[in-house]
Design a binder for this molecule. Structure first.
Ligand code: XMP
Length: 516
């Protein structure tokens, strides 16, 4: 793999993703990992990420110079670039001058550079640093500069060591991806082999090796991750897999059918459906506190699932079900201890997920994958696009989008309004521009309206369109007025209980994406 050493900013994951986009497998490791352990992973290259520290700060992570003697190609980025310069005998100065944002860079002889090969001699790069490299280490050639940073990139082809002060992984750096690709292909001479087809083949082989001829179950939530994980396991072991779908009645319009019909048609999977709609409705009766709702839904889900697992065992005969499929993704793995430094806030335990102490061995075929890779795998496995490109949807479902107590009638109202909003966003071609757009029913609020000749006294719904990379932070999406108008007109015309549509224009923070 290409190892991305995490110096504690949010950049390591982004770098790892960009390397994957260049069809090369990458893995994030903490900066505290000893060089010997890194080398034990037989890396084809190492990338040192940016980080929030100054190399002069107390306890700032350093690079062990042994890394540069191992014959492994290394690329240092931002903090990694400075740490590299310092470790190799160059100089890093505290200029007291911050360079932040889009910055014009000069690349006078990019034609002869390995890292900057064939790039325009001037271009905009994204900077975010306080210290600067003032003197490149011996043996390095300086290949770029900016007005504030004379040494903005360097390389030593002899030892395959490279560095850039800017952030090639962010889209604001005009030719950022080319820098990474040049490093991987020409600096480190790695052939691209991380493709969706290979990922599927490799995972199928692994799953077969793990499961053998055992029996396995998978809980489908209607979401992308569990669907793709289930489809992969189905591809690997066929009928040894039974998928369980707990219909808790809190999904959006058409989503239960998507699981029960489209998913089964696409994969041929054996599906065990549990109709738990009434049970969840009873358990949620009269509850309006958000945390209480989440607890109840989590608890009921586990109980229903455990019973379903027993039913599957009974139905399948004497063979114990030994394995459980989980749709854990790589960012979850990194956030729960893979990385270091940066305070990563895990915003939610997977309510609607399963506890760790179930008596199953876990099968996690998506553990190494990022979300976009999961989607690509899903498409290649033939899953319906509507399922693969679905917006994130919370485990507790529509229950946490009804402010107030959940009732079957309120669920119906919200489902109808949500379906209209989704249909219009899709029709306007905006699905891939927004991260998600919760529609929230303010069930305990009423306001006066007028419709036809009559006065109405109905409920508002809130549209909450957000743009985000990872749901940790988000901004409200500036949707075109005509799309908003269409959604508003349709909802107030077609959903009689709703007489007002309002727009949430709060970023996260301070607002969360969901209202509860
Ligand atoms: P918030 O509302 O905290 O949401 O900004 C961040 C992201 O997480 C989703 N979300 C959940 N997902 N179980 C989940 O599986 C939950 O309980 C849950 N609560 C929120 C939310 O839709 C958004 O994408």
């Amino acid at each position: 793999p290409v190892l991305v050493v995490d110096y504690g900013a949010q950049y390591a994951q982004l770098i790892a993703r960009r390397v994957r986009e260049a069809d090369t497998f990458s893995e994030i490791v903490p900066s505290t990992m000893p060089v010997a352990d890194m080398l034990a992973k037989d890396p084809s290259a190492v990338i040192l990420s940016g980080g929030p520290s100054s190399v002069y700060a107390d306890g700032a992570p350093q690079v062990d110079p042994a890394l540069f003697e191992a014959g492994v190609p290394v690329l240092g980025i931002c903090y990694g670039f400075q740490a590299m310069a310092k470790a190799l005998g160059g100089e890093v100065a505290q200029t007291g001058q911050r360079e932040y944002g889009g910055t014009p860079a000069d690349l006078p002889d990019s034609a002869s550079s390995t890292l900057l090969k064939d790039q325009p001699a001037t271009q905009n790069v994204w900077m975010s640093h306080g210290d600067s490299v003032s003197q490149a280490p011996e043996g390095f050639r300086v290949t770029a500069s900016t007005p504030g940073t004379p040494v903005a990139a360097f390389e030593d082809d002899e030892r395959s060591l490279y560095g850039v002060q800017w952030h090639p992984e962010v889209k604001h750096s005009e030719h950022g991806q080319d820098v990474l690709v040049n490093f991987l292909r020409h600096g480190a001479k790695i052939d691209p082999d991380w493709t969706t087809g290979n990922v599927i083949e490799e995972q199928v082989a692994r799953i077969r090796a793990q499961i053998g001829d055992g029996k396995v179950i998978c809980a489908l939530s209607g979401g992308v991750d569990s669907a793709v994980a289930g489809a992969l396991v189905q591809r690997a072991v066929g009928d040894q897999l039974t998928c369980v779908f707990v219909d808790h009645g809190l999904l959006r319009a058409g989503e239960a059918e998507q699981v029960e019909k489209d998913f089964v048609a696409a994969t041929g999977v054996k599906l065990h459906v549990v109709d738990a709609v009434q049970r969840f409705a009873d358990a949620l009766d009269g509850v309006s506190d958000p945390e209480q709702k989440r607890k109840i839904i989590g608890r009921e889900f586990i109980r229903v699932f455990e019973q379903a697992a027993r039913d599957v065992v009974a139905k399948e005969g004497s063979d114990e079900v030994k394995f459980l499929v989980q749709g854990t993704l790589y960012p979850d793995v990194v956030e729960s201890g893979g990385g270091t430094g940066a305070a990563t806030i895990k915003s939610h335990h997977n309510v609607g997920g399963l506890p760790d102490d179930l008596a199953f061995e876990l099968v996690e075929p998506l553990r190494a994958l990022f979300k976009d890779e999961v989607r690509a795998v899903g498409v290649q496995l033939g899953l319906p696009e509507a399922m693969v490109y679905r917006q994130p949807f919370p485990g507790p479902g529509l229950a946490i989008r009804i402010v107030g107590a959940v009732t079957p009638q309120r669920l119906e109202i919200l489902r109808a309004a949500d379906a209209i909003a989704r249909a219009e966003l899709t029709a306007a071609g905006l699905d891939r521009d927004i991260w998600q757009c919760p529609v929230v029913l303010l069930a305990d609020v009423r306001s006066v309206g007028v419709q036809g000749d009559g006065r109405t006294y109905g409920h508002p719904v809130v549209l909450r369109p957000v743009s985000s990379e990872d749901a940790m932070t988000a901004d409200w999406t500036r949707l075109p007025y005509d799309v908003l108008a269409k959604i508003s007109t349709r909802i107030t015309n077609e959903v009689p209980e709703v007489n007002r549509v309002v727009l949430d224009v709060t970023s996260k923070p301070p607002g969360t994406i969901e209202w509860e």
